[in-house]
Design a protein around this ligand. Structure first.
Ligand SMILES: NC(=O)c1ccc[n+]([C@@H]2O[C@H](COP(=O)([O-])OP(=O)(O)OC[C@H]3O[C@@H](n4cnc5c(N)ncnc54)[C@H](OP(=O)(O)O)[C@@H]3O)[C@@H](O)[C@H]2O)c1
Length: 331
């Protein structure tokens, strides 16, 4: 195995805030702790959280790397004493930060083996969105075959993973997005009901298709959407909020329709979960869907790869809201 350098290049954020810039910096190589793997990064997924972090709106959890990047794929080049069996293996998984760098630390419990036939860029586009979708639909939503699931931003990174998992569970799936070409992608992924929210009010359109209501709504939009979603719920239905892209305030919220339906509004995060939770989540996902992933019954939607020196262009593309699926940096 090649010698391990003491320094690496990484993307750092200067001027945290609305005028932030990405620059390449020399950083010391991170040293793996007893439970960690040191990865020579081949690809790193881009996430909206990275855009928020550089604006200063989403600081890394205490003690974690300030380098952007929540998921990596690469080869294990060093490992804690109990985890030497990982050495030389191609892996991917969630990191709490530090992905936009030539080397990164991955908790051994969060590592997944790269399935045969997958590129590093593809697997770098997999962990964050599929683990989020799995958490939202299964751990939190407890979604069951035959249930009605509404997925907002269906063509987004998380949305494309959620549509595929919900269909794999056997749910009926409705999606909302802003354009017909995004809806076309959702249809290819298996969505049953396609709603362009620019053309119609999603709640009116959905009520025509599902007059008996919705069991689970996956919502990264929040704001006014929450008030509009509540009347769609079946008895004991759930609205699972996982971002607030339209804002934190819910204007004119009337709790009575939620109460009448014994509805639940649940907020979910992933990054600030404990390592043991993420280990359980990763292993449960891989056990349930590793084979489906390997056989491409489910797979990441990778829109575009960027050389890591082009991270700024990739961020601008994501911020434009025009992307379908994932963007990835390659090293
Ligand atoms: N809590 C968690 O565990 C967790 C985990 C992963 C991600 N997230 C968060 O979830 C959100 C989605 O992540 P992602 O990676 O799937 O994002 P993404 O791939 O960048 O897609 C976001 C899409 O959301 C839609 N959108 C943006 N602003 C909107 C608005 N104001 N109203 C309605 N739709 C809007 C746009 O699609 P349309 O053109 O269809 O409108 C946009 O393309 C991000 O905020 C991310 O930080 C949370």
């Amino acid at each position: 195995m090649a010698t391990i350098p003491s320094m690496m290049q990484a993307i750092a954020v200067v001027n945290l805030g609305k005028d932030s810039k990405l620059v390449i910096e020399q950083r010391p190589l991170p040293q793996p702790g007893p439970e960690q793997l040191l990865i020579k990064v081949a690809a790193a997924g881009i996430n909206r959280a990275d855009l928020m972090q550089r604006r200063g709106a989403y600081p890394p959890p205490e003690g974690e790397s300030d380098i952007l990047g929540l998921e990596v794929a690469g080869v294990v080049i060093a490992a804690g004493p109990q985890h030497k069996s990982w050495l030389g293996k191609a892996v991917f998984g969630l990191v709490p930060g530090g992905g936009y760098a030539e080397y990164a630390l991955l908790h051994a419990g969060h590592a997944m083996v790269v399935p045969a036939g997958y590129s590093m860029a593809e697997v770098a586009a997999t962990a964050e969105v599929f683990l989020t979708a799995y958490q939202l639909l299964s751990s939190i939503g407890n979604s069951q075959p035959g249930q009605h699931v509404l997925i907002h931003a269906g063509a987004s990174g998380v949305g494309t993973a959620a549509v595929q998992l919900a269909k794999a569970i056997g749910c009926k799936v409705a999606v909302t997005t802003s354009s017909d070409d995004k809806l076309e992608l959702c249809q290819k992924l298996g969505a049953d009901i396609l709603i362009n929210y620019k053309d119609v009010a999603f709640e009116q359109e959905l009520s025509k298709h599902w007059p008996d209501g919705v069991d689970i709504i996956l919502d990264p939009v929040a704001g006014d959407y929450i008030r509009r979603e509540i009347p769609l719920l079946k008895m004991d239905g759930k609205i699972v909020i996982y971002a607030m892209m339209a804002g934190r305030d819910v204007p004119d919220l009337d709790m009575a329709p939620l109460f009448k339906r014994r509805g639940q509004i649940i907020c979910s995060t992933l990054r600030n979960r404990t390592n043991s939770y993420k280990t359980r989540l990763t292993q449960a996902f891989y056990q349930a869907y590793g084979q489906a992933l390997a056989q491409r019954q489910i797979q990441p939607v990778l829109q575009q790869q960027f050389h890591w020196h082009q991270a700024e262009q990739a961020h601008q593309l994501m911020a434009s809201n025009s992307t379908k699926g994932k963007l990835v940096l390659t090293f």
